[in-house]
Write a protein that binds this ligand. Structure first.
Ligand code: MN
Ligand code: MN
Length: 279
């Protein structure tokens, strides 16, 4: 049992509108490992902030949300994905907020939903069919998710790193993605406004989508990234559609503390932003 709770998650499970769940798993991570420590580090960082959110005029102390702790330890990635799927099934129709761990958890998180779009913020396309022989590697998550929800319902924003093969597959299969250079040039609002989204949207935030200047503690840092403001603008624009959210790939052993803080702050922003619109 995990006794460390996300700050202000004072509600019981039954009374909660939002439920936080950690998935401390990083066994498929390739370059820097350590995202398994992130759920608890992000929880610790959440105590830095005021309960009142100035920009939403909402006090999180008044919002019913619950921290369900972490999923049980898993021996392999398939077990982790099944564990996340089962846990999210139990959370719905409450709003699940997952803290990774590595990005592969999103495959389990989206499975219980029907008829959704999935928006990724990520430096990477994550569209490999398999990586180092593992189909559920974090490097394959948008590929697996597009098999679940349909490739036409997946959008990846902030991308600036992929293999030639991923690019060819994305073109062949019709994965829509927008680079961080597109975001810089057109503005994130213009990009989001023109997405052909379903009524319900699941948002998956790989923290490496944000520039390493703001989010240095990630497994695979990539320069030329999004700003934290791009991310909160994206949340604001999607708020009426959002039904689920994850923050993944924070890597505390390589962090100066800022990445956990930013992850925690974005979770708080998302709760404040969707509190009035999520039924
Ligand atoms: Mn990434
Ligand atoms: Mn990713």
């Amino acid at each position: 049992m995990n006794s460390l709770k996300f700050a202000d998650a004072n509600s019981s499970f039954n009374d909660a509108k939002f439920v936080i769940l950690g998935a401390p798993f990083d066994l498929t991570s390739s370059f820097r490992t350590g995202s398994r420590f992130a759920p608890n580090r992000v929880r610790e960082a959440s105590y830095n902030f005021e309960t009142y959110l100035m920009e939403h005029d909402i006090d999180l102390a008044d919002v019913p949300f619950h921290d369900a702790g972490n999923i049980d330890e898993c021996g392999n990635v398939d077990e982790m994905i099944d564990g996340v799927e089962e846990a999210v099934k139990k959370i719905l129709p409450k709003f699940p907020i997952l803290i990774g761990g590595e990005h592969s958890l999103t495959t389990g998180a989206v499975k219980p939903f029907r008829d959704i779009s999935v928006v990724f913020i990520d430096a990477h396309l994550d569209f490999r069919n398999e990586y180092l022989g593992i189909k559920n590697s974090h490097a394959c998550v948008s590929r697996r998710v597009s098999e679940i929800v349909g490739v036409e319902n997946v959008f990846s924003i902030g991308v600036r790193s992929f293999s030639k093969e991923e690019k060819n597959d994305a073109e062949k299969l019709g994965l829509k993605y927008f680079s961080s250079f597109d975001v810089k040039e057109k503005g994130i609002e213009n990009i989001i406004r023109n997405l052909n989204l379903k009524e319900k949207v699941y948002l998956s935030l790989d923290m490496d989508g944000i520039d390493p200047a703001f989010a240095p503690g990630v497994g695979n840092p990539e320069p030329f990234g999004l700003t934290p403001n791009d991310v909160v603008k994206c949340i604001k624009m999607l708020k009426k559609r959002l039904v689920g959210f994850d923050v993944v790939e924070v890597c505390p052993p390589h962090d100066n503390g800022n990445t956990s803080l930013l992850g925690a702050r974005i979770i708080r922003d998302l709760i404040g932003c969707t509190e009035k619109t999520y039924e």
